[in-house]
Design a protein around this ligand. Structure first.
Ligand code: C2E
Ligand code: CA
Ligand code: CA
Length: 334
């Protein structure tokens, strides 16, 4: 009965109406909870309906959802994570791993900085489990600044390394103060900034080409390199690419994975590498796991690689040791 009633409300609300000569319509997300003679307070009941309503909203517009106790669990978890995240920076709970990037001569040329959250109860949390939430509540802006600073500190400690790449969230890029914040963070790292690379996904660039171009130019004027992450996964529009000032394309690990199994995957990788060459961009493949993938990539003219075939992401100590060893060995060989 509640379901039918809610549908009728939605139908009536969705009728077109005229306002000041313009046609309008509205939609409603409806959350429903039941109560009868139990001990819950009116506040609790309304909160449950509210929780169901938010769940309806996230399912898309004009939907209705019944409250279920699991939802509360989900909301509580999120709230807890969010609270924890707000103090995680002060409490030094974030940590960076560095995954080496190699050239054809097996020399370590760069590293991608990858964040982890050392949670006091939940243990090590991967970025997929907290970055999306940090993007929603904008904490990713503060976290991103911390990441930049960590990367610069490591660049100073590792002069052998050509560059470190950090991941930039679309939320950071959309922040009107982004360029100014970067400038502030970089002040003490005048030398290191030239060895910093920023990875961004293409979606955000294409969303607003003019703004993105201006931001990227400002970053490049500071000496920062720009790499397109997960390349091939999004729109990959040549028109936009040609106009954007970029330094590197990073072939998405999904396509690299398909090299082994799928002729289409090979064609896509081949095309991306050729495209990078025409656009005079550096190209790197991520997610390289096998001999065959590596050989195919080299055959196509890709000369930079990152992936488990070479190394997993490493702690600062592990990376520092590997870097020194690697450069000794490469120097001896050549
Ligand atoms: P991503 O930028 O695509 O990073 C590469 C991910 O692939 C990393 O996962 C890395 O550990 C993993 N990977 C590396 N080699 C291989 C391989 O050979 N095979 C496979 N299957 N996977 C490989 P991770 O560290 O869990 O990071 C996941 C995502 O979280 C990143 O994807 C990035 O989008 C985001 N992220 C990580 N650190 C940061 C950060 O500091 N800031 C922001 N905004 N996002 C971050
Ligand atoms: Ca990345
Ligand atoms: Ca990637």
């Amino acid at each position: 009965h509640a379901h039918n009633l809610a549908r009728r409300i939605q139908q009536d609300l969705s009728l077109l109406f005229n306002l000041d000569g313009f046609e309008h319509h509205v939609s409603a997300s409806i959350g429903i909870t039941f109560f009868s003679g139990d001990s819950r307070s009116p506040d609790d009941i309304l909160k449950q309906a509210d929780t169901a309503m938010y769940s309806a909203k996230s399912n898309g517009r004009n939907t209705l959802v019944f409250y279920h106790p699991d939802m509360q669990q989900h909301v509580d978890n999120r709230l807890q994570m969010e609270k924890g995240m707000r103090t995680a920076l002060e409490n030094n709970q974030f940590t960076m791993l560095y995954q080496p990037q190699y050239d054809n001569a097996y020399r370590i040329v760069g590293a991608e900085a990858l964040i982890r959250w050392r949670h006091p109860e939940k243990g090590l949390i991967p970025p997929m489990d907290f970055i999306p939430l940090a993007e929603e509540n904008k904490l990713v802006i503060a976290i991103g600044e911390w990441v930049m600073e960590q990367a610069c500190m490591q660049l100073r400690e590792w002069p052998e390394l050509d560059y470190i790449a950090i991941n930039i969230s679309p939320v950071q890029l959309r922040d009107a103060e982004f360029v100014e914040r970067v400038r502030q963070v970089m002040l003490p790292y005048e030398k290191e900034v030239r060895r910093l690379m920023m990875e961004m996904t293409e979606g955000i660039m294409i969303e607003n080409v003019e703004d993105t171009t201006r931001i990227i130019r400002n970053l490049q004027n500071m000496g920062i390199g720009i790499s397109i992450d997960d390349f091939g996964k999004g729109y990959s529009s040549l028109v936009y690419l040609r106009n954007l000032p970029l330094n590197q394309l990073k072939v998405d690990k999904g396509f690299v994975h398909d090299i082994d199994s799928d002729a289409n995957g090979r064609v896509i990788v081949e095309t991306i590498i050729a495209m990078a060459r025409h656009l005079k961009l550096d190209v790197i493949a991520e997610g390289v796991e096998t001999d065959t993938q590596l050989a195919f990539l080299q055959g196509q003219g890709c000369h930079k690689f990152q992936g488990y075939y070479f190394s997993h992401p490493l702690t600062v100590e592990q990376f520092g040791k590997l870097l020194k060893e690697n450069h000794k060995v490469v120097a001896r060989d050549s």
